[in-house]
Unconditional design. Structure first.
Length: 752
């Protein structure tokens, strides 16, 4: 091979970045207009970002966003090594960066590398502006859908900056034309530039990648277990047909069909709470669980199925467990499946195949690095433990951060340490879940094994991209004969081919979308002009900082509301001196009172702090999500509305919630938009009656309404404390339970 040529540029350190024509060509297009760059893993998307960056730095600071802390740290190290600017001009922001220091760090920086949530929070909090940012680079740009932070940041950038340039980089944007167009629209991209392994200017840098598929047979005993679980599945499907919820011709439901049916039933339940719909939702929950068990039995083996059954048993026995799990584990056929599983050989044929493949690779090339991908943590643990039995193989399990039943996740620090040890050779085999698919600086590997195929073309491409980067590589995909493995594999294979065709044709679609009449003012321009005009006072809403995890604050901004972030001790939103609002997503509402949470204490604090408190329950399906009897939910709502005097309003989603809060804020602030809102935090009881009400309502089981009733009946706090159980029960809304509680608090000897 010829001597390496390096890029020469005043802002790039000499002899640090190899010159590749395809990267120069891609960067050349991306400098002209906002673009999406699609480039296979290992071919230098970050170098393209660097080339665009140095062309824009003279015009102002550059912002690079990446989804995770390890990725941000990885980028920071690369750009400090390659950019010819002072190291202190490259600033790294993560959730661990002191919020009090970020504003000054932002002002001094030439390049800011950050996780998107940090920038989103600082934009919402008016801590930073994007008006002097010459370019924003979005790493893993395919994430720019729905409510992901990339979307909001782009909106603010287009509003605030007169000369914006956006660069999106990804290895795999997906095969769906609508999804890719959504990404391009959300990031305001004008062009798509793609390179594949087959492009002439890329081929010199591509190494052979041998891809093979290995079939394994499902053990006979596992087929017997599947038959028992199929019996349970068919029984539940038959009951759905009897209820008229699915067609008589539907013998099976795909996962997509199950999700669609679930959404349809929950929508019907909101408008027409019929017993038949409750039954359907409950049956569907059982179908989800047994379908998952069948898939595990086919693709993961006996040991993984045993762990899944253990989790189901635990859910069925637990206090807050679903009725679906309880009914399923009481079913005779499921009990038989659990019993027979105990007599099955725990070894999945795939395990032996993985051991043979990795052992052969390490024996033939001792310095090799191997990644085994699997969809499930349980399987990752089984594979890692199995490989430990083979001399020469040094495996380590690599999973995400979330902790699950009997399984503690890895912190980001632990993940970075494992990757470093994998590079150094302390481990030579990484047994990983999806966390190793995206972006992380994992060294080029010699062998990648799919324990099972995956239907997602994006994830499949990312997995395969872990090999064949610096030398020839090999990919082996394991498939259980006659199982969902085969369907997933061919689905992914078809979508990968479709993605390239889609991308090639998409540029034409974008060009036609971006053709705008000369001089035509866009809707966003009107919005930006209106919102940026600080002379016009706007409706204000104070938002608790913890609420920025939802999309309500963004939606409020879109509605022209001035969002002011604060740490609120009481409530989530404050719109006037007298109105404080607590927002609960329907799932959160159910979890809070089901799991013995602090719902009623939060409502009590809200009622004490504001004269007109309000609870908003957001999301549909409140009577169907957790298999809780509707009367229990109605009882909780009655307590909130009657005992605490807090009205309850329902909204469909975050945008609906924002629209409701906006209307309430306009009503409350009508005629005096410049007036400062007093944030109570915790209510200061200034008058004697308020102090008396506060004192009585402090006893648990007593809300503000009952406290007023007691004081009006007895005339003083002293008389309430002296009243007998029978006398207390004469008061409206005071039952035996409340009367007993008052007497217990008043008469029990203090033992503090």
């Amino acid at each position: 091979m010829n001597d390496v040529e390096y890029i020469k540029h005043p802002l790039i350190k000499p002899d640090t970045v190899e010159q590749r024509l395809y990267q120069l060509a891609l960067a050349g297009e991306a400098i002209k207009k906002s673009s999406l760059i699609v480039l296979p893993t290992g071919l230098g998307k970050t170098v393209v970002a660097l080339l665009v960056m140095v062309s824009r730095l003279p015009k102002g600071k550059v912002l690079l966003l990446s989804p995770t802390k390890p990725l941000v740290e990885q980028h920071s190290a690369f750009f400090k090594d390659t950019l010819n600017i002072p190291p202190e001009a490259v600033v790294l922001f993560t959730g661990n960066t002191d919020p009090g220091k970020r504003e000054s760090m932002w002002e001094k920086a030439q390049l800011v590398i950050s996780t998107p949530q940090v920038i989103e929070n600082d934009l919402l909090g008016k801590k930073i502006s994007l008006d002097r940012v010459s370019c924003i680079i979005f790493d893993e740009a395919h994430r720019a859908t729905g409510n992901y932070s990339y979307v909001y940041i782009t909106e603010k950038y287009i509003q605030q900056n007169p000369d914006p340039l956006v660069l999106g980089i990804t290895a795999s944007p997906g095969s769906n034309t609508e999804k890719i167009q959504e990404v391009c629209a959300n990031l305001h991209l004008k062009s798509v530039e793609i390179r594949t392994d087959s492009d002439p200017d890329v081929k010199p840098y591509i190494f052979d990648k041998d891809i093979e598929w290995k079939y394994v047979s499902i053990p006979i005993e596992m087929k017997g277990l599947k038959e028992l679980m199929d019996k349970v599945l068919n029984d539940r499907l038959a009951k759905l047909r009897e209820l008229g919820l699915i067609s008589n011709l539907q013998n099976r439901l795909s996962k997509r069909e199950m999700l669609d049916l679930q959404a349809r039933l929950q929508m019907q339940l909101r408008s027409f709470p019929d017993q038949k719909i409750y039954q359907g939702i409950s049956l569907l929950a059982e179908i989800f669980k047994v379908s998952h068990a069948i898939e595990i039995s086919e693709t993961q083996g006996a040991s993984a199925l045993s762990k899944y059954f253990e989790r189901l048993e635990n859910e069925a026995r637990s206090k807050g467990g679903s009725k679906a799990a309880k009914r399923l584990m009481e079913d005779l056929s499921m009990r038989q499946a659990v019993y027979h599983l105990g007599g099955c050989d725990g070894n999945n044929p795939k395990l032996n195949t993985v051991k043979q493949l990795v052992e052969k690779q390490i024996l033939e090339a001792p310095q090799s690095r191997v990644i085994v991908f699997t969809n499930y943590r349980d399987t990752a643990e089984l594979v890692a433990n199995s490989l430990k039995e083979v001399p020469g193989i040094k495996p380590i399990r690599f999973v995400g951060q979330a902790s699950k039943y009997k399984d503690t996740g890895l912190t980001q620090k632990q993940q970075v340490e494992i990757i470093q040890k994998f590079k150094d050779g302390e481990y030579n085999t990484l047994v990983a879940t999806s966390v190793a698919e995206e972006g992380l600086d994992i060294p080029a590997t010699d062998l990648v094994i799919f324990f099972e195929p995956i239907p997602s073309e994006i994830r499949s491409i990312q997995r395969k991209g872990r090999t064949g980067r610096k030398h020839a590589g090999r990919v082996v995909i394991l498939m259980a004969k006659g199982s969902k493995d085969e369907a997933y594999h061919w689905s992914s294979n078809r979508r990968e081919k479709q993605m390239v065709t889609t991308m090639k044709n998409l540029d034409v679609c974008l060009d036609s979308q971006n053709d705008e009449p000369e001089g035509q003012t866009k809707l966003i321009d009107f919005s930006a002009a209106r919102i940026s005009n600080s002379e016009v006072p706007r409706v204000k809403v104070y938002v608790d900082k913890r609420e920025i995890r939802s999309h309500v604050a963004h939606s409020l901004e879109k509605l022209g509301v001035e969002v002011i972030l604060r740490t609120l001790e009481v409530g989530d939103y404050v719109v006037s001196d007298r109105v404080g609002i607590e927002r609960k997503a329907s799932e959160d509402f159910l979890s809070t009172f089901l799991d013995g949470g602090d719902l009623f204490s939060q409502i009590s604090d809200l009622a004490r702090a504001y004269r007109s408190p309000l609870l908003i329950i957001e999301g549909e399906g409140i009577y169907s999500k957790r298999q809780i009897h509707p009367n229990a939910i109605r009882g909780a709502l009655s307590t909130i509305a009657i005992d605490f005097g807090v009205p309850v309003l329902f909204t469909r989603d975050e945008e609906d919630t924002a629209a409701l809060i906006s209307v309430i804020a306009k009503r409350e602030q009508a005629g005096d938009l410049k007036k400062e809102i007093n944030l109570h935090g915790t209510k200061t009881a200034s008058t004697l009656p308020e102090q008396q009400e506060y004192l009585v309502s402090a006893i648990s089981e007593i809300g503000p309404v009952v406290a007023k009733n007691l004081l009006q009946h007895f005339g003083s706090v002293e008389r309430i404390m002296r009243a007998s159980r029978e006398e207390l029960m004469e008061v409206e809304l005071v039952g035996p339970k409340t009367a007993d509680r008052i007497r217990e608090v008043v008469s029990t000897e203090y033992k503090g």
